[in-house]
Design a protein around this ligand. Structure first.
Ligand SMILES: [Zn+2]
Length: 244
């Protein structure tokens, strides 16, 4: 099985799991690029996985299921179009056509019932953990998001993280400058910088580094107050990043 990015909208990817004959898609915000890809590669769609209900993640599902009658997996407590297999923490998602299965993790914070899919060394985490960032708190609290990120960070370091992209605020971090240089080269070559790995994220993503003195310092400067509790540090940098 291979995991390929199918470009959607302007800067988004629909992660597409495929073998020689079948494919499954994660968070198809748009149907057209997925249908074009399946047609050009002569693949049959086998399943759709949704992480949360935002339109840029589920907007293409209704059109895809008109063409392919496939199971649609998604969080039990969110309005996912054409949902056939509601899932939550502890459930398993099997895609026999691809010989792969995933475990479901509840990771609320960005939305109230956001889920991640973890399996085959890959993590599909929607708008929760980004490369060098995390999703905004639309329906959850900082405490929930912090707990969700901690849950993801506990997965093995070599886990590949399939997500979106964001930027950062830890200027003295060497691993981060190295990563930025590497990502710039990939973009210049027209190649995706994703997936990253959890090891990369733990070394460079401030939202997973809320106990690091430099991150605590940045949060304190922003707040104009001294806080050390990691959840409060997390809440401060999440709030800060909402402003730019
Ligand atoms: Zn979202």
């Amino acid at each position: 099985m291979e995991i390929v990015p199918v470009k959607a909208f302007k800067d988004n990817y629909v992660w597409t799991l495929r073998n020689e004959t079948h494919a499954a898609v994660v968070d198809p915000g748009e149907a057209r690029p997925v249908l074009d890809y399946l047609a050009s590669e002569k693949l049959r769609l086998a399943a759709i996985l949704a992480t949360h209900h935002h339109p840029d993640h589920v907007g293409g599902i209704a059109e895809l299921v008109q063409k392919f009658r496939v199971p649609v997996f998604g969080p039990r407590n969110e309005p996912i179009p054409a949902l056939t297999q509601p899932v939550a923490e502890g459930d398993r998602v099997a895609i026999p056509e691809l010989g792969v299965s995933f475990s479901v993790l509840d990771i609320p914070g960005h939305t109230r019932a956001h889920v991640a899919y973890y399996g085959a060394g890959a993590l599909f985490c929607g708008d929760t953990l980004f490369a060098c960032g995390c999703g905004r708190l639309f329906e959850g609290t900082a405490e929930q998001m912090f707990a969700s990120l901690s849950k993801l960070a506990a997965l093995p370091d070599d886990t590949k993280v399939y997500c979106g992209h964001e930027y950062t605020l830890e200027p003295e971090n060497r691993a981060l400058s190295a990563r930025e240089a590497r990502d710039r080269k990939l973009r210049e070559a027209g190649r995706p910088t994703l997936p990253s790995t959890l090891a990369d994220e733990k070394a460079t993503n401030p939202f997973l580094r809320c106990r690091e003195p430099a991150v605590v310092e940045s949060a304190n400067k922003y707040l104009g107050a001294r806080v050390a509790d990691p959840v409060r540090v997390f809440a401060a940098i999440r709030d800060w990043k909402n402003r730019f």
